[in-house]
Design a protein around this ligand. Structure first.
Ligand code: BES
Ligand code: ZN
Length: 624
């Protein structure tokens, strides 16, 4: 039953019962990372009309924000912006007649950017902002042709998560606010625009591509890319967009995606987004993948020619449930997105490729967690539910919400049994579909659905230890992997001098085994040992960026920078995926001499990094 509540005179306000009962929808949750007054005025639909100007590295045009008033007497809407040139603001009650509206831009906060406050005339249901982005917009990267695979055309892509959408669209930039969107994007001839939405196959006569996202999504999932893009289908619902030079290899690598979608549906409920396509970005893409709805953005470093890294696709696809369907209400609840997604990924990998491969990924996840726990700047960062009101989400980003979150769910599964836990998870997604949720909401749901109905299985104190206390609970459930234990034995025997290098069997190893090999490698090995390793497996200049990254970090931490410097410098100028470059810069920055080298390399090679990656590297080499 939906109870309607009418308030206000002219503009009637309709709130359903579920809206009033949900603290996020009712505006009771404050997002420390947004200026928006979304408790009073809430965005419902966004219309973008933008020109892509490569000569000026600028997006230019208008953003229309349609809204609903939660407070009938609200007389302004506050939007988030960062480094936008705002030219005009208009308001309208019907979308046809527009009148100029007065607006102010607030002071510039280093983390949040500037609030854009627009006065609302009585009866206004939408505002329209005329604006242009700046070349250094934190959420956009403008690539020169030389930075692409084809080398002929420029490329543009966005990265809105966590709080970068505001650097290319003035909007209420909080994951607690969900809106549908549509867009018209004008590109230069010969270049194709794609977005996280339903897309047109061809531009109109004026060169505009049109898009429509009919499901309400949080702002961090609005995404765009423009370049020389071609498409290849991999199944009825799946396909790959990439530069022509990359397309064939990408389509082969990701050919199993359709199967993964079907598996997901079997485990977690219907896929609610229509198509699931992938977009392969140039190597400066700062992440492994980004779960933009209908169109996951992915780094080319997972195209290794052996399909060994496709669990990254499973991860981004799993976000279609954990994240895109049920979203963290604020960035303090980030583990609800990433911890759930990692857990779902383990389940998918196991179902698609067998338990051994699933367990291997679980063990690697735990290793990542342990090193992230050691690296964490504070105990606050070690908890699942965190409070970091004054900090940039990018700055506190780590594997902890991912791997500790996943381990928490593994723990719950082990306590309640897989069948009961699967039903519970599916219930969580179905009952919170297209909503944003807090950790507290999840814990309340857990309490009513599992803990209370099955008394004596898990106590509140145990839950609390997982979510709100820094140390890892001692009753965590860990997987083990024979394939990785074998690697330990091989590495240790070779290092001890008991067996020759060829006896390690490393030529048969998967990339996961290589990762494990490096993770357990002492930093005290001699130059001769490292040279032997490099010679045997051609690690310097290795085409697999994951292996190359581990190798360079190891050489640096062992005091052997000179051994790898030319290859490492070339690598650091080509790859911009943070996870694959930060560890190298971190190892370099561990000594004074290395820090100077890191600065020199960054000055020479960092110009091609995404603004987010540039910031991350600067934090590392400046001692952050
Ligand atoms: N949503 C994240 C990427 C992200 C997180 C971007 C926070 C900005 C802020 C994405 O789903 C992700 O987790 N990517 C991982 C891959 C994964 C297999 C763990 C990555 O990029 O490494
Ligand atoms: Zn993720």
């Amino acid at each position: 039953m939906s109870l309607s509540l009418l308030r206000g005179a002219g503009a009637a306000l309709i709130l359903s019962l579920s809206t009033m009962l949900n603290p996020v929808l009712a505006g009771a949750v404050t997002d420390p990372h947004s200026h928006a007054n979304s408790a009073e005025v809430r965005t419902t639909h966004i219309v973008l009309d933008l020109d892509v100007d490569f000569a000026k590295s600028q997006l230019r045009g208008t953003a229309e924000i349609q809204f609903q008033k939660l407070k009938a007497d609200a007389d302004r809407i506050v939007l988030d912006t960062r480094a936008l040139d705002v030219r005009s603001a208009e308001a309208s009650s019907d979308g046809t007649t527009w009148t100029a509206a007065s607006f102010t831009l607030g002071s510039d906060d280093a983390v949040l950017g500037q609030a854009l406050t627009v006065r609302l005339p009585a009866g206004a249901t939408r505002v329209r902002i005329g604006y242009a982005t700046r070349p250094a917009a934190s959420g956009l990267q403008w690539l020169k042709p030389a930075q692409t695979a084809g080398k002929k055309q420029p490329f543009l892509f966005s990265q809105s998560q966590a709080i970068h959408a505001r650097s290319w669209i003035p909007l209420q930039d909080s994951p607690a606010v969900r809106a549908t969107y549509e867009a018209r994007i004008k590109t230069p001839k010969g270049l194709r625009a794609v977005m996280s939405a339903e897309m047109s196959d061809a531009p109109d006569a004026a060169g505009r591509w049109t898009f429509r996202m009919p499901q309400p999504i949080p702002s961090y999932l609005i995404a765009i890319a423009v370049g020389d893009l071609a498409f290849q289908s991999t199944g009825p619902r799946t396909g790959v967009y990439a530069e022509p030079a990359t397309l064939k290899a990408a389509a082969w690598e990701f050919a199993e995606t359709e199967t993964t979608v079907a598996l997901c549906e079997k485990l977690f409920g219907p896929y609610r987004w229509g198509r699931y396509d992938l977009l392969v970005l140039p190597p400066s893409f700062p992440y492994g993948g980004m779960e933009n709805p209908r169109l996951t953005f992915v780094t080319p470093t997972v195209i290794t020619g052996d399909r060994q890294l496709v669990s990254l696709i499973a991860h981004e696809l799993a976000h279609s449930w954990s994240g895109n369907l049920v979203t963290n209400a604020t960035w303090e609840d980030f583990w609800l997105n990433e911890g759930f997604t990692e857990y779902l990924t383990f389940r998918l990998t196991e179902a698609q490729f067998g338990k051994a491969r699933g367990d291997m990924e679980r063990v690697l996840g735990v290793a990542e967690l342990k090193s992230a726990m050691d690296l964490a700047a504070s105990d606050e960062d070690r908890k699942l539910k965190r409070a970091f009101p004054s900090k940039d989400p990018d700055e506190v980003f780590s594997s902890i919400p991912y791997q500790r979150g996943a381990l928490f769910l593994v723990y719950l599964e082990s306590k309640f049994g897989r069948d009961a836990f699967d039903a519970f998870l599916r219930g969580w997604f179905d009952s919170h579909a297209f909503q944003s949720a807090t950790s507290e909401q999840f814990l309340a749901y857990l309490d009513t659905q599992l803990i209370k109905p099955k008394p004596g299985v898990v106590t509140q104190a145990q839950i609390n230890a997982w979510v709100s206390q820094p140390p890892l609970p001692s009753d965590a459930v860990y997987a083990s992997s024979d394939a990785l234990t074998t690697v330990d034995a091989a590495r240790d025997a070779w290092l001890a001098g008991t067996t020759p290098i060829a006896a390690m069997g490393a030529s048969q190893w998967t990339v996961q085994q290589w990762e494990h090999f490096f993770e357990g490698f002492p930093k005290t090995a001699s130059a001769a040992r490292l040279k032997e390793l490099d010679a045997a497996f051609k690690l310097s200049g290795n085409g697999n960026a994951i292996i190359a990254s581990h190798w360079y970090a190891l050489a640096v931490s062992s005091g052997q920078v000179a051994m790898v410097l030319p290859a490492m410098t070339e690598y650091l100028g080509r790859v911009g995926r943070m996870k694959l470059i930060s560890p190298i810069y971190r190892e370099l920055a561990a000594t004074d001499a290395g820090r100077a080298q890191a600065k020199a390399i960054f000055t020479k090679q960092g110009g091609g990094y995404h603004p987010i990656a540039q910031q991350a590297v600067e934090r590392i080499i400046n001692g952050g």
